[in-house]
Write a protein that binds this ligand. Structure first.
Ligand code: 6PG
Length: 232
């Protein structure tokens, strides 16, 4: 790991033909990151994105050739819904991937959002304090430029690693989200953006608007994997 930030603040845009190719590239980068982290420090700490975009990439990981016993899986945000609720990000990841691979269950760390936003944020902050820095953080982007559960027009305490969110414009309103600071504390940050619906937010991001997705920076920059439909 370089001591000085390498390309910190750089955003690298990678355009692919379609969502399937974005998923393939994302899965490949996730696995390359795993090989590197496991070789270098014996563990791979990955933060998963929610929403629909990463689902294809997760499905491609089901049959991966990797040492699952070295993986530690965290979540970038969660909706305040009961465990295994179909609307949860942890349920999507489980059905698409995690239920199909032998990662020890105690190494998969869902956000306990069923406890309510405040209690879950407090509990998760304790957990990720011991987990950082992450090896890879995976994120998506909403059509308004949000990422994780960090939404435009809101301010979030800079001294928090995990936020309790109560006014999310994307239902449900109550959520838990890693903070900009925690999401940026990663060797590699991948942001997946696909579909025509993301075109306007992507344009605003590239035009320099201070969108939440644009506020995530890591010591080696950010890689945005997008398809032609989003690229416009
Ligand atoms: C969530 C996600 C959210 C998501 C974006 C994009 O809980 O909804 O964490 O940040 O990544 O809204 O969602 P799609 O991938 O479904 O477009």
């Amino acid at each position: 790991m370089p001591t000085a930030p390498v390309n910190a603040g750089a955003t690298r845009w990678h355009v692919y033909a379609d969502a399937a190719q974005v998923a393939q590239q994302a899965a490949g980068r996730i696995l390359t990151g795993a090989s590197r982290a496991i070789a270098e420090h014996g563990v791979y700490r990955i933060v998963l994105a929610g929403g629909r975009t990463p689902e294809q990439a997760y499905q491609r990981l089901r049959n991966a050739d990797t040492d699952w016993s070295r993986w530690q899986v965290y979540f970038g945000d969660e909706r305040c819904l009961p465990p295994r609720d179909p609307g949860r990000n942890s349920t999507m990841a489980a059905r698409a991937w995690l239920d199909h691979v032998p990662i020890p269950r105690e190494q998969i760390h869902p956000i306990p959002a069923e406890l309510g936003a405040e209690a879950a944020a407090r509990a998760y902050a304790q957990l990720i304090r011991r987990a950082r820095p992450f090896d890879l953080v995976l994120l998506g982007m909403g059509e308004d430029g949000h990422t994780a559960s960090l939404f435009p027009g809101r301010t979030y305490p800079e001294d928090e690693d995990v936020h309790a969110v109560h006014d999310a414009p994307k239902p449900p309103p109550d959520r838990v989200s890693l903070s900009r600071r925690a999401l940026g504390d990663a060797r590699e940050i991948l942001i997946l953006v696909t579909g025509e619906g993301k075109r306007e937010a992507l344009r605003r991001w590239r035009a320099g608007e201070p969108l939440p997705v644009a506020s995530i920076h890591g010591p080696t920059g950010v890689d945005v994997l997008l398809d032609r439909a989003a690229n416009g």
